[in-house]
Design a binder for this molecule. Sequence first.
Ligand SMILES: [Zn+2]
Length: 507
Amino acid sequence: MRFSAWDYTRPDYAEVKKKINDCKNLMQIATSYQMFRDAWLDVKKEIEYMVFQEEIIYIRHLCGIDYQYSLEEVEIQNKEEPALYALRDECNEIAAGSPYRSELEQEFGKQIFAYVDQHRTVGNSNSMRLQSEEATLVMQYRQIMTKDRRDDEELFQVFRKLIEIRCELADSLGYDSYIELGYHLQGRWDYGIREITEFRNNIRKYVTPVVDDIKVRKIDFTYPPAIATSTGELISSIAEMFKDLSDETGNYIEEMMRKERYDLEIRENKRSNLFTCCMLPYEKLPFVIGNFTGDGMETGYAVHEFGHGFAFYTAARKQPLYELYRSSPAVNEIHSKTMEHFMYPYLNRFVGEHKKEYIRNHLMQQLENLAYRCAIDEFEHLMYDKNLSRVRLCELWADISSRYIPWNRIPLEDVHQGRCWPRQTHIVEKPFYYIQYDIAQISTYEFYLKMMGSFKQAWTDYMRLCGEGGSKSYLELLETAHLSNPFTGNTVEEICRPIVDELYDLC
Ligand SMILES: [Zn+2]
């Protein structure tokens, strides 16, 4: 069915709760693996369907359709969901501690309980209270940020309270610091602070000087225009590319078009610059949202989101549980970013004669982001100190910026007046998340280099990575796709060098 034809009915939360509770009881009295397993799977079915119903209105909300009504519905979702997720986690905990655990692991893989363990840590009642306070502060911060005239002191007070709450949360859960908890929440099972620090050092050594040097040349990086003059034309070009690329992408895009799983139109109440991909596990299909203004680089943003969707679509057809349809961003972003490079041979359909400029801008943007995100990440490692004053916070950021992104000069006056800590919302909304885009970038470059050598090999490895979804840990997934570990030896330098050479050739 076409997406626009779906009716929205608010989930009957009381009924969902009752059903999950019934499943929970069945799990507790189960006398056989079959009985236990089926009840456990029924919990997931309930959640999948609830999420599906919710997502219908959430997508409309993001698209700016029925804005006021959808906003109210989304607010109700935010209120109702936590209790149901807590109940689901309880069922997962029962499964993790049950005598059937090894049978479940045999049938569904070990990774599923890694996710369960990740959730379990934050489930006690004191931490639930702190987490809801945290969520309120995040909302407050977001609201202040949307104001045209922001009050820096007001913003800083919310920021500082947030740091306090997070430190308290880590403390209440027995962690030495919030950094440790943050790593845990990001599901970093096979790399830690030492690897991340080394990674940042490598980016600073091999990427920062290049970007700084190119910036000095005052090259015009204005975005070229797109060939498409409407979203319909853009979708046609994407469909042509996906059909030509492989049978798998062809089938995917055909279904996405037939079922109308995208909305790239600009609309009142739709956030500008929004490019995202929503996942509907119940249907094993994604929904791509974009805001196409006719800019050439945006065609890549749209392909990026269709890339996320393709990976989800592929994994959903191979993996047995919805939790395994996706991995962490350090992997998910490889899917989407690599699709941007699979797009290169088709660029004439998207930007015509501006292909060279497009690639130059694209590579430059990526390298610049590599350095910027490392700066943000280092800042995140230093900001969880309850005694930092506003000025000290700005001094820290000024110092970090000067090392990673020296082209971004911060006036001393802003430092002294406490006006310049970074406003990257990830710091507030998704702690320790941002660096994962960088980690994924290195694997993406590796794929890009591979496709220039052998397209067939690159595509086979890419399909393997997409199909595995989140069924393995980060390093195991890299291994299945024959990708190097970005944390070892000279990987960053070796992979970035040819990319840098290509960028210099284009400048
Ligand atoms: Zn992405």
